[in-house]
Design a protein around this ligand. Structure first.
Ligand code: DAH
Length: 337
């Protein structure tokens, strides 16, 4: 018992004289004496069986007093740290910090705007793979086997092949999605397919090695060129405004017959002629050979298809004259959207 009294006395001296001027020292002190698991005061309390039964009450009281003392020293140290000059204080007069708010990329915003318009006319949204095979990207779309677009110069091949069908490539357009959809679902089919496409092109202000398209496809009985003209006129008005001027210009694509391109008139007083026509998409009536490739009878069904460049439309919408800024992710540019 004499020994345990000595321990109490020593602890008291230690606790009274410990230097706990810094917050770190105060925390070390707290753990050492008041810690739940290994704190010296708790340890001492556990030795109560060593104390003669008649003295246990006094012992308990003196250990409790030690605990109170240690606690009051920690509390005092905390108060002193808070009052110290330079201690961090909460200044309620400071203006708030503006939270960083992200925004959708202009390409995403334009893609969404395009999809929303077609959804109003009953088009579903679908997707296709970016890694394609030659059959879907070219052959089934009626590209002849010697078509120059198949060339290594235009197409980024992952693994070329000799048979013209099984080579693997990064899709050069979203049109192969037409084939995948028609193989999976009998007509009527009415879809738009947004996606990224790749071409082995020199990077300039107007072309990039990757870009985005939205493909459209409608196959049913009795779909006509008039339906195609109607939907594209409606689309152009919705995206560019009701006073838009558009024109259909005959063109050639292997997978449509007849084929056309749609141009939009952009007035510009600085331009000779007061403005210029800019192409925004290719389109046409689905070629019977394409329907045959997916076992759909062209005598029963017909369809139209179109494919538009999202970057082209975004650039016209926002007045951007260099496609590369859409890929540089410069925050000063992106902040404007
Ligand atoms: N796939 C063509 C391209 O990448 C665009 C296109 C033209 C898509 C006519 C079509 C279409 O669906 O009918 O340039």
């Amino acid at each position: 018992m004499a020994e345990i009294d000595d321990v109490v006395r020593e602890l008291r001296t230690e606790i009274e004289s410990a230097d706990i001027g810094s917050p770190d020292a105060a925390e070390t002190f707290r753990i050492k004496y008041l810690g739940q698991k290994r704190g010296l005061i708790n340890d001492l309390m556990k030795r109560i069986p060593e104390v003669a039964p008649g003295q246990r009450r006094d012992f308990g009281q003196s250990v409790n007093a030690l605990k109170k003392l240690a606690e009051s020293r920690v509390a005092a140290a905390k108060k002193a740290a808070e009052a110290a000059p330079g201690a961090a204080k909460f200044d309620v007069t400071l203006p708030g910090r503006e939270p960083l708010v992200g925004s959708l990329h202009p390409i995403t915003q334009t893609r969404n705007a395009i999809l929303r318009i077609f959804e109003r006319y009953g088009f579903h949204v679908a997707e296709g793979p970016e890694l394609e095979d030659e059959w879907h990207n070219f052959t089934a779309l009626n590209f002849p086997s010697n078509h120059p677009a198949r060339d290594m110069q235009d197409t980024l091949f992952v693994s070329p092949s000799d048979d013209g069908d099984s080579g693997v490539l990064l899709r050069t357009h979203t049109s192969p999605a037409q084939i995948r959809i028609l193989k999976n679902q009998p007509p009527p089919v009415r879809v738009v397919v947004p996606g990224r496409v790749y071409r082995n092109e020199a990077i300039t202000y107007k072309s990039y090695c990757l870009f985005h398209q939205v493909e459209g496809l409608y196959v049913d009985t009795q779909v006509t060129l008039g339906d195609l003209h109607y939907i594209l006129r409606t689309f152009s008005r919705a995206i560019f405004g009701s006073d838009v001027r558009m024109r259909f210009r005959p063109n050639y694509f292997p997978f449509t017959e007849p084929s056309a391109e749609v141009d939009i008139w952009f007035a510009n007083p600085d331009h000779p002629g007061g403005g210029r026509w800019l192409e925004i998409l290719g389109c046409g009536m689905v070629d019977p050979n394409v329907l045959r490739a997916v076992d759909i009878d062209p005598e029963v069904y017909s369809g139209y298809a179109f494919g538009m460049g999202i970057e082209r439309i975004a650039m016209l919408r926002y007045g951007i004259d260099d496609i590369r800024v859409l890929y540089e992710n410069d925050v000063r540019f992106l902040d404007q959207f």
